[in-house]
Write a protein that binds this ligand. Structure first.
Ligand SMILES: [Fe+2]
Length: 397
């Protein structure tokens, strides 16, 4: 199945049948041209709804003239597609009724069907998302997870100015954020372990001429990067974003990072999924404390994961201790998450807090390397006097 010039088309009746199965509808498939037998007789007239019986009987014949089947882009077809996508997303939300995105989305009841409908008014996105679900590419689950968590975070975020248009943009950005990696079986490797600035920039560029709102490219461009923004948690109570697009971009960025951490083993070898989650929450708290993420987004995680308040606090204290560095960002708590030392990552500056004796050898900080995760390269590091300020490591982390 392809989507060209605003219509779905295929050269194969089997594919056409599969598409009907996917939509769980036959009657919405209306072909622009008739289907003929090799002797020239018409088997199915143009512009007539198909039935399962007709398609199956055509597939069973071996005298069908080679055809190119172009499906009429009717409102009925569009509605069937919206219903199908809604059903798939809902299935993912219902899988665990108390899942993070489900709770966030149900908190202030959100009309997901309306978001889908408005996102699909863009023709490019309409074809793109239909084929994504129909082909069920390996990356599809990741895109669903990212999008639903993003939408949930936005729904839980307090800002009167957020409107349906913002939900629609975030929905599109979520599904398009890895656009140039969508067809790769090893998208996961590319996503997490390639050199910085690759696939997000490429994806943003590739969709920039698809008549989508220009904000979508900007939102995707900011994704997958970790950078400090002093405005995030400044004492003055001003808004940290200038427009909602900046908010949407930060939500997407944080979500990608959270999902990456949650699905990866960063420094120890957790045996349970819960351990990954705890580690992710620890890292998010630490980085938020250091102004990589805004506090009012972290608070949504804290509200949901109430049982982990100890972990959020521990992460914040580690963040505060690292921030004691007089150069702001040269102190690195090690090893993580159970930090026992504060190491100086660049000893070329003179510093009265450095302990020149007993440097520590770091063999390997993490099993996984990631472009956005701050890691220590193997080598010798001096300890920092502020190591004494580190709290006792949490036992169950
Ligand atoms: Fe991604």
């Amino acid at each position: 199945m392809e989507f060209t010039e605003n219509t779905f088309c295929t050269d194969s009746l089997i594919d056409l049948n599969r598409f009907c199965n996917f939509l769980e509808r036959y009657d919405v498939i209306i072909l622009q041209k008739e289907i003929k037998a090799t002797n020239g007789s018409t088997l199915v007239q143009a512009e007539r709804p198909l039935t399962e019986k007709i398609i199956k009987s055509l597939i069973a014949r071996n005298d069908i003239e080679n055809g190119h089947y172009i499906i009429d882009n009717t409102d009925n077809l569009k509605n069937a597609i919206i219903n199908k996508i809604f059903k798939e997303l809902n299935r993912n939300l219902e899988l665990a009724t108390f899942s993070f995105p489900a709770v966030m989305i149900q908190k202030k009841s959100l009309d997901i069907r309306r978001i889908i409908r408005s996102a699909l008014t863009n023709t490019f996105f309409y074809g793109y998302i239909t084929l994504l679900f129909y082909i069920n590419k390996p990356i599809t689950i990741h895109l669903i997870e990212v999008t639903l968590i993003c939408i949930g975070l936005l729904n839980s975020f307090n800002d009167e100015e957020i409107n349906n248009n913002d939900f629609q943009k975030l929905f599109q950005a979520g599904f398009l954020h890895d656009y140039c990696n969508n067809d790769l079986n090893d998208w996961y490797e590319h996503e997490n372990f390639e050199t910085p600035d690759n696939h997000d920039r490429e994806s943003a560029l590739a969709i920039s001429n698809k008549s989508l709102s220009a904000d979508i490219s900007d939102i995707i461009l900011m994704n997958n990067k970790l950078s400090i923004n002093e405005k995030y948690n400044s004492a003055a109570k001003q808004k940290w974003y200038e427009n909602t697009s900046e908010l949407l971009a930060t939500i997407l960025n944080l979500t990608e990072y959270y999902i990456y951490l949650k699905n990866n083993n960063i420094s120890n070898v957790p045996e349970k999924i819960e351990d990954y989650l705890q580690n992710a929450l620890f890292q998010l708290s630490l980085l938020t404390e250091k102004n990589y993420f805004p506090n009012n987004l972290l608070r949504i995680f804290e509200t949901h994961y109430k049982n982990y308040s100890e972990i959020f606090n521990y992460g914040k204290i580690i963040g505060t201790t690292e921030s004691m560095c007089i150069y702001k960002n040269l102190a690195f708590a090690y090893p993580k998450p159970k930090a026992t030392q504060l190491l100086c990552i660049n000893s070329s500056f003179s510093c009265e807090y450095r302990i020149p004796s007993q440097p520590l050898k770091v063999v390997q900080d993490t099993k996984y390397k990631n472009q956005i995760y701050p890691i220590l390269q193997p080598g010798w590091y001096y300890k920092c006097k502020f190591s004494n300020n580190l709290p006792k490591p949490l036992e169950n982390l």
